[in-house]
Design a protein around this ligand. Sequence first.
Ligand code: ADP
Ligand code: MG
Length: 773
Amino acid sequence: MAGLNWLWKALGDSSGRNQKRSQGIVAQAEKQSAQLQALDDAALAAKAREVTAGGTMKDPAVFLAVLGEASRRTLGLSPFSVQSQATLRLLEGDVVHMATGEGKTLVGAMAATGFALMGKTVHSITVNDYLAHRDAEWMRPLVEFFGLSVGSIGEKLNSEQRREVYRCDIVYGPVAEIGFDVLRDQLITDRKDAVQHGADVAIVDEADSVLVDEALVPLVLAGNEESQAPTGKITAVVRLLKEGEHFTADEDRRNVFLTDRGARRVEDLLGIDSLYTEDMADVLVQVNLALHAKELVQRDVHYIVRDGKVQLIDASRGRVADLQRWPDGLQAAVEAKEGLAVSDSGRILDTITLQALMGRYPMVCGMTGTAVEATDQLRQFYDLRVSVIDRNHELQRFDEQDRVYATLDEKNRAIVEEIAVLHAEGRPVLVGTHDVAESEQLAAELHDRGIEVSVLNAKNDAEEAKIIAEAGDLGRVTVSTQMAGRGTDIKLGGADERDRQQVVDRGGLAVIGTGRHRTSRLDNQLRGRAGRQGDPGLSLFFVSLEDDVVSVGGAGESFAAQPAPDGRIDNKRVYDFVNHCQRVTEGQLLEIHAQTWKYNKLISDQRKIIDERRARLLDTEQAWEELSQRSPRRAQELQASVDHETLVKAARVIMLYHLDEGWSEHLGMLDDVRESIHLRAIARETPIDEFHRIAVSEFKLLAQRAVDDAVETFNSVTIDADGAHMDDHGLHRPSSTWTYMVNDNPLSGNGQKALKKIASMFGRRREDDEEEN
Ligand code: ADP
Ligand code: MG
């Protein structure tokens, strides 16, 4: 891309040096490969072990030569020199820039094998389940040739199966699933329940997608909560109780207690024998909450009801306090008291962003066709270098000048027209849209013109891959969103050589972009679908001045031009203007990313501290030691009747319960803080310092409270040969959990929506833009 020249230059020096060195090693490797052909499999594998013994790469040239020979024997692929070079760069921890179709799967597997031979555990990270499975199975013969093991993680696996896979030397897995396993492992109370046990290296395929585009997407682990909201009946019963007679409150009105008379009254009204039996525990909790809500929390003093929701008032400042939240049960009780819909009782137990997830690996490297364009982000956020690898065959794709139109309608008409023309020549066309709705509309219009279209809105990745794989067939028109089917090879004319020639004669695959993306990198991802391995091809983007990227990026600037009758504007100024708008958007995205990361970084540092504490509690007797130190009497009493091992376990369960509980609350609190601080950020205050201050002091409180609460539980719950009876006190862990990925993120997912969000953040949204729901 012409616009990137300066970047290539900026990369030049160190990247060029590394490249020379790698080329030298690869040349040596190639000289040795003839000799190796004489060795039998066992001898070859032994040689690889020899040069990687002791965990270091002693002779990279021999290593590459052995790997190349093994690849030929097991997969039928002799690595191209560029693939061997890229393998070296991965082993040194770079992100390699290698175009689509250049064989990055093999490169990743060769590097993974190298790391594994050096005794490291490798996670090979893919963008979805389908690719994880495909790559693991495809590369299995190569990995197993060296006596190493490989497996893949997918959504469908249960924890037993996952545990099995994570024992492999090389684990392929989609980033979300690997992250969910990390989150789930942070809730275990017995080490044997863990499914992962850490990894030394992450090799990230489509590295820019994962490390940049999706970096701030949070993975969330949520848990159900047996709703403690008092039922309508309990709320009504409690309403009848009188102070002094049925309950008393302490002086500073922080606690209420049922009197004996009160308890009897409640029992009568509810028609139960006793509130204080084991199976009435939940009812008792609810009664207490309802009483608390009725007596101690006053409308318009402690909270207001606005838009059907309970909002807390900050007592000292007399305004709605965004920063505070009540314990979930109380919130629900107040909602019940006010007759409002009781909020969902699911709650977030833990979350991690992909960026924080990647930060857990001691070493990260990766590969993508669009690394150069992400150089700044990779350096800034991961301290990663980019190495550019030459193409095996020179690029034969022609990237046409954008076609710019004044209005969206004119652009859409032109797109349909252009597809019809290309299609009439029998040339395969792949159209990249911004979202599924756009895909479907375009497909309908093409259909009206009598053009048969394959639309990629399949519900699963495997189906998408199949459709994309056929996108290079003669006369085929495929409409797809940006990311759909990534990682799938598009062979011109499918597998048939004669068909291939026909497509080549027609100029190869034509890729059409229905609009420029938020970044030129995303544009290039789409372009990269054409022109693989020296194939001929074409790429062409359509733009209208009404496109979001133009209206957002060019905020306030109007572009005066005299369009042709069909609406097209064809002059250098307009092309420069479109590029300018995209660069502005890119800058905004980078700024948002940097800002958001500052918040996340702190949370992820705190998470690390919790992790370490968790690990100590899990793996040692520290929980028991701490609790018996704090409560020696209770400890003694227990030791008389319960064996040591059970006590150690019980103490562990108690400590971990309160630690996890505290962390989950802490996260919720920080979320609120950030939300409110974010608003101030737009008002240009210094929000991050404020956030740090609150987060650090709250974290200290969390640590303290977790121990105090644990001591209290230790003193009060029944502990016997069956362990700690937490349930009796309403202290349950969620009985089920679920995971999801938050895609409502300005840096990922749906382009239109994201742009609107950014636009509004920067106060530059056009007045006539309708808010999206
Ligand atoms: P990328 O991930 O870089 O887009 P893939 O790993 O999907 O590329 O590989 C693209 C195609 O190239 C595959 O069909 C693969 O079999 C083929 N390929 C890879 N390496 C070689 C090689 N050394 N020799 C021949 N074909 C290869
Ligand atoms: Mg790939």
